[in-house]
Design a protein around this ligand. Structure first.
Ligand code: ADP
Length: 164
């Protein structure tokens, strides 16, 4: 039997409840989903690749068919090697549209067998972005209900470490 695999790529710096919602809603349709964390320079992300991976893994542990991996380079190269043809992306608002469209088109050009599946965020998460969560946390605002509990703790710890 064929295994239906999908890859959900992103920065996930950190993984939020908006990302979680996408996984929760789509995981029943796939045998396996990989949350693919884009490797990036320490300067660009608050959390290191391995921290982002560990935090997402902990948050997603109840989903037996969801894995977390780190990758540097083209997402389509990961898909080819993993044997997947589906990329999952989320759309919050019109502002996401152009970026998602060009990325889907570029990925299709690089790997014609690939399909990007876009899922709309729930209205209650359509303003939620990792960048905003970090900004609120930096200024001491309440981030409960925006990220999974383990990530809330890790964010607070990371920020207080940066301050001291
Ligand atoms: P990137 O850095 O590639 O934009 P992100 O980690 O910010 O990666 O997000 C990964 C994917 O999840 C993107 O398609 C993004 O639009 C989507 N996403 C992020 N936050 C939400 C949300 N609150 N609701 C739905 N989709 C989201």
């Amino acid at each position: 039997m064929k295994t239906l695999k999908a890859v959900y790529p992103g920065s996930f710096d950190p993984f939020t409840l908006g990302h979680m919602d996408i996984i929760q809603r789509l995981q029943p349709f796939f045998d396996e989903i990989v949350v693919l964390i884009a490797q990036s320079s320490e300067k660009k992300c608050l959390f290191s690749d391995q921290e982002r991976k560990a935090l997402a893994l902990e948050a997603l542990k109840k989903f037996k068919n969801v894995k977390v991996d780190v990758h540097s380079g083209l997402t389509v190269d990961y898909l080819k090697q993993y044997g997947a043809r589906v990329i999952i992306r989320g759309l919050r608002a019109v502002s996401d549209y152009e970026y998602e469209l060009s990325m889907a088109n570029m990925n299709k050009r690089l790997y014609p067998e690939v399909e990007t599946m876009i899922i709309f965020s729930r209205p209650e998460y359509n303003y939620l972005a990792s960048r905003m969560v970090k900004e609120v946390a930096f200024h001491g605002g309440d981030i409960k209900g925006l990220v999974p509990p383990n990530i809330e703790k890790a964010l607070i710890k990371k920020i207080s470490k940066r301050r001291s």
